[in-house]
Design a protein around this ligand. Structure first.
Ligand code: IFM
Length: 450
């Protein structure tokens, strides 16, 4: 048995369990000034010295805009059954809201090719590259942006219907709101807690407005949203530390999942961040809680926390635990425990796809090969955690590796390598890593078993 293949009793052997890989537009496409693409907030942000490691930007990235055919061949060659990509809003619509045909044609060609290859397509409509002209009018702090998003989604639904199996409105609204407007680590780089809660409200409103639009324009597809989730564990058994861990999870998970699945914000959130209640208009929460066909879950690590002596929590990094190139702790049980917890908390929890999971490592090509043993073990253990959650009764339908290939890792630039395919940025050569070879081997074996 190789170091990846799941045990015989794993649910992963079921051929209905979708196994794919994910990417996002700004992280791989490059070609930021081509065919009428407008600037996004990430073009602006990454141009500011000190915002991104080594001054990297997504201007070229993996040059996927020009190399997409070879990249799809590579994906298909690995036998991956699903591909999760995102559309760059600034590529497909001009500032007046009119379609940009050249940009749209890029995604049409891509999606048609994926369909020809029999690959299931998951399309994220917003993976953080907001058109800069909307940020200039307040971005996600401006309620109007939610309505502009619905217009954009209307266009995408009409143009791309029939080529998309599953639409996700937003990727990780937590990151857009908290990292973008709360602590400024991501574009647009604002740092104000009150901004974060208001931006989150408008993001969720945008999602809720988009759902019926997608249902009308592309009835046959699945529709949902993707949330990143975080496991918080208490540093001690004290009531204060347990309460701190609870608050951590409210801030990371319930902030998004409660509005979507219960139609309310968790009150504990505003004990943690007093005075930050967003402006919510009548009817907003009903719009936000529009039923989901699926929930996408992105999971990476856990955070060990203690009470900060007040209403919040502080991180207490554990010594001697396994970590990735990001410094994130490898903690597969967190994924299983959170999934089971969600099933118990939300009676209307929709079917789940793990839309991202993976790790960064400092991979190198040696004699034409890339060996990434930590990633192989990471993936095996996280897939076992998914299997554990399925066996505990959680309806999980698939799993996407983050990421298909090394790419622009936001504020960390190109230094952090999350791909199962290595990218040499000086030549754009792709090299399939050992982890991808083993995933491909497993998928082949699964297909042969029928
Ligand atoms: O690269 C990101 C991705 O864009 C969103 N989820 C987390 C990944 C790793 O940080």
């Amino acid at each position: 048995m190789d170091p990846f293949t799941p045990p015989a009793d794993s649910s992963l052997w079921c051929k209905n369990f979708l196994l794919g890989a994910a990417t996002a537009s700004y992280q791989i496409e490059g070609a930021v000034n081509e065919d009428g693409r407008l600037p996004s907030i990430w073009d602006t942000f990454s141009a500011v010295p000190g915002k991104v490691l080594a001054g990297d930007t997504g201007a070229v990235a993996c040059d996927h805009y020009h190399r997409w055919e070879a990249d799809i061949e590579m994906l298909a060659g690995l036998g991956l059954e699903g591909y999760r990509l995102s559309i760059a809003w600034p590529r497909v619509m001009d500032a007046a809201g009119a379609p940009n045909r050249k940009g749209l044609d890029f995604y049409k060609r891509l999606l048609n090719r994926l369909k020809e290859k029999g690959i299931t397509t998951f399309v994220t409509l917003y993976h953080w590259d907001l058109p800069q002209h909307l940020e200039d009018r307040g971005g996600w702090l401006n309620r109007e942006t939610a309505y502009r998003f619905a217009d954009y989604v209307d266009l995408m639904g009409r143009e791309l219907a029939g080529t998309v199996d599953a639409w996700a409105t937003l990727n990780e609204p937590w990151c857009s709101a908290y990292l973008g407007y709360g602590n400024g680590h991501h574009a647009p780089g604002l740092a104000n807690q009150r901004f974060a809660t208001q931006a989150m409200h408008h993001l969720l409103l945008a999602h809720g407005l988009a759902m019926p639009v997608l249902r009308a324009n592309d009835p046959a597809s699945q529709k949902g949203i993707v949330a990143n989730i975080g496991r918080g564990t208490p540093n001690s058994d004290s009531a204060a530390d347990r309460r701190a861990a609870h608050r951590f999870e409210v801030q990371h998970n319930a902030w998004i999942l409660d509005p979507l699945l219960k139609g309310t914000y968790p009150q504990d959130l505003f004990e943690l961040w007093p005075g930050t209640e967003p402006l919510v208009l009548d009817g907003d929460m009903r719009i936000i809680a529009s039923p989901l066909d699926f929930l996408g879950i992105n999971y990476y690590f856990r955070t060990n926390v203690a009470s900060d002596g007040a209403q919040g929590f502080r991180d207490v990094p554990l010594e001697g635990v396994e970590r990735t190139q990001m410094g994130w702790e490898v903690y597969p049980d967190g994924l299983r425990d959170l999934l089971i917890g969600f099933k118990d908390t939300y009676e209307n929890l929709p079917p789940i796809y793990i839309t991202e999971n993976g790790m960064a490592s400092d991979d190198e090509v040696i004699d034409g090969r890339v060996d990434d043993p930590q990633r192989i073990s990471f993936l095996k253990r996280h897939l076992a955690a998914v299997d554990g959650a399925i066996k505990a009764g959680v309806d999980i339908r698939g799993y996407f590796l983050w990421s298909l290939m090394d790419n622009f890792e936001w504020a960390f630039g190109y230094e952090r390598r999350f791909g199962v395919v290595h990218v040499d940025y000086s030549t754009q050569k792709r090299t399939v890593k050992r982890s991808a070879e083993l995933v491909a081997k497993f998928l082949k074996e699964r297909r042969e078993r029928g």
